[in-house]
Unconditional design. Structure first.
Length: 233
């Protein structure tokens, strides 16, 4: 199995997609292989610590089977929606020039995509689904989008939700995108101006949560250490 190719020199933003990042699954958790056989946990696995207790309580309240069904449906919806966003952004000029959109599976999917269409058009993309890692954090993952919005370099995450999110519930997303922002700066020497979560909500207008990564750096390091203490990785 190939290991993560590490390079001491900085790379261009546009080259981030070319990083070789091999992943493995162990006990339901995703790890990435670093130099010397080191295993880096994924960003989503580590940030999952923030919601694990709430998820347990939710499953207890509605039942394991019902919770698993809802979770699986949400995962499929999120995966398909991410793909729609990626397809559009990779071929944005053609879509805009021909005044067409990606193909949708249903009306709800189309409505959710259209709810974020204007902000998607505004993104000047540098990398999509780019594998990232940090030797400092001993952490890795795959970011949805890195690009410029109004001349500000941003880490952008695409989310779907069955109902509007309150500000206090998006902290895990902000910590997640901050971890990616730290990785981008470590790899490219280019600091991220903003972290953004773009949320398509069923039956509602979209939501955009925007912040600065420096507000969550301490949270990233604290959560990473908590994971290390719990799992020894």
């Amino acid at each position: 199995m190939e290991e993560l190719e590490l390079d001491e020199t900085f790379i261009a933003l546009e080259e981030l997609e070319n990083i070789n990042l091999e992943s493995v699954q162990e006990n339901g958790k995703r790890f990435y292989l670093g130099a010397d056989g080191l295993k880096y946990p994924s960003v989503t696995t580590v940030t999952g610590l923030l919601s694990s207790e709430q998820i347990k309580l939710w499953k207890k309240r509605i039942g394991e089977d019902a919770a698993n069904k809802i979770s699986n449906q949400a995962a499929r919806r999120g995966t398909k929606f991410h793909q729609l966003c990626e397809d559009f952004l990779r071929d944005k000029d053609r879509f805009l020039s021909t005044k067409t959109l990606p193909e949708f599976s249903n009306i709800l999917e189309e409505a959710m995509f259209k709810s974020i269409f204007e902000v998607l058009k505004s993104i000047d993309v540098r990398a999509l689904e780019a594998p990232l890692y940090s030797d400092i954090l001993a952490l890795a993952g795959r970011v949805d989008c890195i690009g410029y919005i109004e001349d500000k370099l941003c880490v952008i995450d695409f989310k779907t939700s069955s109902k509007p999110k309150k500000d206090e519930y998006v902290q895990p997303w902000m910590i997640q995108t901050t971890a990616y922002a730290l990785m981008v700066e470590e790899l490219t020497n280019q600091p991220i101006d903003h972290i953004i979560a773009i949320v398509a909500v069923e039956g509602h207008p979209s939501q955009i949560f925007i912040d600065k990564p420096e507000h969550y750096v301490d949270d990233v390091f604290s959560l990473r250490e908590r994971y290390r203490v719990l799992y020894g990785v």
